[in-house]
Design a protein around this ligand. Sequence first.
Ligand SMILES: *Cc1c(COP(=O)(O)O)cnc(C)c1O
Length: 428
Amino acid sequence: MQKEQSAQLYERACKSLVGGVNSPVRAYNSVGGNPIFMERGEGVFVYDVDGNQYVDLVGSYGPMILGHAHPRVLDEVQAALNKSFTFGASTEMEIKTAEIVKEAFPQMDKVRFVNSGTEAVLSTIRLARAFTGKKKIVKFAGCYHGHSDALLVAAGSGLATMGIPSSQGVPEEAVQNTLIAEFNDIESVRNIIASNENEIAAIFIEAVAGNMGVVVPETTFMQELRSLCNQHNILLVIDEVMTGFRKKFGGAQDFFHVQADISCLGKIIGGGMPVGAYGGKAEVMDKVAPLGDVYQAGTLSGNPIAMACGYATLNELKKQDYKRANELGKRLKKTLLTAAKEYGHRITVNQFGLMVNPFFTEEAVVDFNSAKSSDTELFAKFFWAMAEEGVSIPPSQFEAWFIPIIISDAEMSELNQKIHSAFKAIKQ
Ligand SMILES: *Cc1c(COP(=O)(O)O)cnc(C)c1O
């Protein structure tokens, strides 16, 4: 594997960009070595600046479910590009994208588009507080909801890898109304509600946790969460920025038979352009300006190019075979377990639709603590073995892998071979 061009770019990047990157997950702190610089992508493959080819399981941390340079997405974006990048005025494409999102999420009467998942969730905090007239919010240890102050406690993602319990620069006051519960542990939620009676505006949860690695909640846990929210007049906010459209054309919440009061979306709905969204029942959403007094705005919100890219992506996804997608997830899980065992490693694999995550631990991974029992040094070796084989996975034990839905059976077999070879290379 050639690495010279990446190494040179990294050295240059470090002189002008903080740590050489624009998002800490792209740094290779937890796996060592220099970040690989990418040049282009086509279908399930990406190519780095040294000309190495990889099967891409990063998918830009979620958006690229259709792979790279999908022809029909490109067409829609090209058509939009020719009309102008942005007007700061309304366009039809915003309506079309809202309509297709609502089709997939019938619990949403109305949607507001923003520019990132972070923005979607932080706007929701304000809305939930305004709607309920209460201040406190609950989040779960290991869940990540973007980098806004109030939710940057016991967060996963880059923070899980870097072992930062929260961030410097977040004043105590900003998180004093944030309460932390344990994922998959309804008693921890009950206790918090009991000691904060009539004070909690909303409970925030990832539909399936993806930022401490993939952790699928118990169905009963999600349902009990829903009924606790109903009993105590608390809004249930389900963050589907990662899980939306990952296992069906719609939300992961459907699989647990719960409905969020407000759902947050991002990643896939922009198809690779910066888009986020939040939406819910009209009585809640109508609190947002201009109808209501909750202020939330954006110069580039609903940007025509981003909407065109998101619309085309969702339109394509509607035609995809999600049953096959789920089989692909199961197949990858099986391959990982078999290959690991063959070469002397005991691992745990969690999977939800196209989201898959091997943990280098024997323990069942059901929450943040069990996720942290993983051998991250062994993961680092595995990461580089995979790179050598030509598979791009996130440079962190605690980030989900995403299978592109358009992967062919032949490409899937090739991927399985590569995984076997990578485990062989780190044989115990
Ligand atoms: C990625 C992610 C976010 C943040 O989205 P950005 O677009 O990175 O701001 C929020 N919530 C979840 C569950 C995510 O996976």
